[in-house]
Design a protein around this ligand. Sequence first.
Ligand code: PEP
Ligand code: MG
Length: 839
Amino acid sequence: MSAPEDGHDVLRLISPLPGWVLPLAEIPDPVFAGGMAGDGLAIDPTGNVLHAPCDGVVVLMGGARHAVTLRSGAGDVLLHAGIDTVSLGGEGFSLRVLDGEPVRAGQPLLEFDLDAIVRRAPSAVTPVLLVGARPGQLLQPRVNRRVAVGDFLFAIDTRREPAAPALRAAAPSQAAVSHEFRVPFDHGLHARPAARVAGALAGLDAQVMLRARGREASARSTVAMMALGVERGDLVVAQISGRESEAALAALARLLERVTDAAPVRAPRPPSKMPTHLAPVAGDRLRAIIAARGLAVGVAVPLQGIDPPVGAALGDAKVERDRLSAAIDAVSGSLRELAAIDQGARRGVLDAHVALLADPGLHEQARARIARGASAGAAWRETLRAAAAALAALDDPRMAERRADLLDIERQVLRVLGGAPPSAGVQLPDRAIVLASELLPSQLLTLDVTRLAGLCMAEGGATSHVAILAASMGLPMLVAAGAAVLEIPAGTSLVLDAEEGQLLVAPPAAAQARVMTQIEARERERAQDAASAAQPACTREGTRVHVYCNLGALAEAAPAVAAGAEGCGLLRTEFLFLERAQAPDEDEQLAEYQAIARALEGRTLTVRTLDAGGDKPIAYLPLPHEDNPALGLRGLRTSLARPELLAAQLRAIVRVAPAGQCRVLLPMVTEPDEVRGVRAQLAAIAAELKLNAPQLGIMIETPASALLADLLCAEIDFVSIGSNDLSQYTLAMDRLHPTLAPRLDGVHPAVLRLIQRAAQAGAERGIEVGVCGALASDAAAVPLLLGLGVRELSVVPAQIARIKGLVRRVSLADCAQLARRALELDSAAAVRALVREWS
Ligand code: PEP
Ligand code: MG
């Protein structure tokens, strides 16, 4: 091999690990050993921190933690800690860098538990590869020797264009045909399957773009495919064009599961667009998850995604510096203008963004990157991502918001660099229904709310901050509607139905008019309900139903009282425990609970003990990793496993004055013994403090507790049904599951039967039975709950007036009849249809 001497045509890689260097052929895996993923060396490690072998930008693969790719001047360098380690599900791996973060050679990237890999994976041997290397591109690959971190490993000839395909390949040059595939690999498109896909297409004259989870990747790039983050069972759309497209399709079909036949051939589209076969047509109904309830009739306003491209340099360093300054000035000016006419939360966000844009440190770092050859956009993105990573390292509780702000100003400046007007200047038409991949909270705040009718996101979750913000602004919002929403052309008439979880595309005028009439009737009802929000709520025959609020923090308490809350039916105390270095002690908890009790002005305060563990991990609680967090150590189980935490929390609650205002609520109960233990502990604490023990209640949120409700009710003073978890466990559907979540509906007859059982058990013991899960805030579910015997509803503060109004409009006799019919139905959809017809 004619190895050029070190110089600017050669990139020297240093060893990322201490250990023994092996040729790829000795890796116990045919894909790596056969060079399908790229060319390089392997290291049998003796250390457990993987370092950067060269300067580059980090590319992470979906949620994977066992491998890191560095985008370097010579192409993509893949570091894969161990073989088949994807099967460890991230356990024992801890990333030290973020996606998109620029790193220097020698910087730690990833820490791993070497013992665990040795025990649980086929091999700890770590390939270090140049992805898609050309023959002869690897220089001086010396093997069978010991290396320390930082020792020379091999070099890469950079004289010609790197062969590694770009993450986003160019658009297909000829008409592309779309095909859908399902990913059959156990751990999704991780390194080896991705390498097999790329390998299968090698040598074929065809362009293949894969699209999934709102991302796009060339099927020739192993790294790009891994970065899609797709998992087993995910749908992937392949757009195939070129002379040998048939052979490419056949090659893909041998590896992936074919789902659909080819869609009709269409003209090629720019790469930023979604595959055309997904474009919805008039009359389509797109299913989605409800993030904020309500209805809207309006017109589609597609918004650009949150991750605009960085763009290439248009000139020398001075040109790029000037472009960046001009873009920053344009965004700042526009935000300042908006801030000048705004008040409250919106103004706070705008001012914060203006201040960040003026940060001299950010300017200086971006200019330094431009001086090293980066384009204005690349320099800005790298600077902002590095700043975000620095914030992450601080472990500051407010870090998440500030990182989101950094991401936001990154996006706004990049958009302007790309030729768009400043984002703050987005002009909405009247009754705009904004469609986006995913919105940042501050993006929402810069939209003109007077023209905004609703929001529909292709991705996102119902519990994101932007969803919470939308609910507080009274904006109906759908999430996880799928990539098809991004294909809806601007100006298309839409009905956003965030009661049924669907977006209707260009529905007939009569359907739009019907929904409009409903919206107007609701507006009238809303005005009436708001006027009587402070009054108690009784059904038509005069039965009192308590409408409480759910709280997460002190700041929410006074506004909830002003909105008509008769007390707090659920204080989620976990928020006090999150995002900090250690648990709040007894006195800190007492101060928080006491302040909330005061803000409630004597009304009942139901304090739920810490509902942590499982999917709500708390960093300082050393709980074991769980393969199935929802079924693991969470809720009361965590508290029982950490008795010192439970004791501090119970003591704080007992000490709140006046005695009797607080009640204790236990989450995730499954059997009476768990409750008896806490009851005894509570009594002992109260005796020691010479105070009265508060009332003790449980959440019914496991099928076990619903089925044993009669026995549990003998141990407690009140019951609150956690319909969110009760639905999850009854229907065996993860409440965070991206595709199952729309079917996770608490009005499913199976869930209603369990609620009925709990309500009956409570009635027999003379115990008040409430609901504090999302079902209590759901107007369609409330008549059913009342009909089943529920007499306390704890709802999100924004829904208090509405739920009280609804209670006043129904009769319990009618509700009981409705509930009896619902219990005999066979699906949640049938129950919802019944309630629609009834109301
Ligand atoms: C529930 O499960 O319904 C509930 C109220 O608890 P959380 O949503 O906090 O799990
Ligand atoms: Mg729960």
